[in-house]
Design a binder for this molecule. Sequence first.
Ligand code: ADP
Ligand code: MG
Length: 397
Amino acid sequence: MKIVVQKFGGTSVATQQRREMVANKVIESMEKGLSPVVVVSAIGRKGDPYATDTLLSLVNNSESHLDRREIDLLLSCGEIISGVVMGETLEKRGYRVKVLTGGQAGIITNNNYGDAEILRVETEKIKKMLEEGIIPIVTGFQGMNSDGDFTTLGRGASDLTGAVLGEALKAEYIEIYTDVDGIMTADPRIVPDASVIDKISYNEVFQFAEQGAKVIHPRAVEYAMRGNIPLYIKNTMSNSPGTIITTARVNSNRIITGIAHMSNRTQVNITFNENDPHEDNNDLFTMLAENNISIDLINVFPSHKVFTIDGKDTEKVKELLKRINANYTLIYNCSKIALIGNGMRGVPGVMAKILQTLNNNNIKVLQTADSHNTIWCLVKEEDTIKAINSLHKIFGL
Ligand code: ADP
Ligand code: MG
């Protein structure tokens, strides 16, 4: 039995017309002699009646003290609705289906509601259904803990459901269907002439996802890589070949493969008196870690430290800095732009080219950092679109 896991995102299942297109993709797999396992997200996006954000808004107000357990139960409804509606579409086309919640599909997690970790996947039930010619439709984004409670796996985690099932079922490949033609050189909403990358390595795409390209969940890439299962990103609404992600080294003469970004970052700048041994704030980073604040783009100098945090942590960090009497300044509303590419390894002058391009466009660079395959630049949020478009152009993407 050759299994394929096909995951369909919220926009792919948003209307009956699109659900028919989803059915076409599933039926095509059956006709190729494959046994498809379908994973679905909740219908639509924010504002649509059964989208995750809409469900959350029903209870997420200042008076609500609902337990995270109950919130997970509520959020799980979106995918269940979507699964049943998708099931009906396939049933009408003459196929036998069975809709499974994450728990029923054997996805067992810990108790960390809202961001549960997958402990194991029990595949017997799905395998039995496949042997009987039934199409399992699994609700994405959710699992079940040892108490039998619903848990959710974190935002965007339907991709994770697809990848984890693909790995556990030793699928031939995993397909992630969405509303764009594949992984592109930049978010097409920001760079209208971004192009589709036909082939990319797991580690580059992981980096893309980690740095804010929403197109796939980073942990989904990890699972597929661990199982060495080819991963495709495709468009539900077209027949374009999409992007294939494999371990194969991708031969490209490009220095930069693509650009991603993360908005709502805050830059923290702390100064202290170099000559006062008690004032070097050495405990600062430990204190931030103990308070679950992740920091990045860290630069440490004898008399000051600079780093960035997620904007949502700003108030908490301010409180902590006041507690240790730190002398600090903040720059709100920053955007962290990441230029990613295995091709930049050992190539001199890439950072210089980036800085010159941004300078030529009157964009102030607040901070930079680099690793073997990524260069980061922190800019003000209002410069994001201009910065990404000018870099996209100068690197010939
Ligand atoms: P789904 O609901 O199908 O999971 P998402 O909204 O999570 O879809 O992801 C698809 C979106 O990711 C696209 O509509 C696109 O705007 C965005 N995106 C961001 N960066 C990229 C990129 N580099 N390539 C393709 N899409 C990207
Ligand atoms: Mg997604």
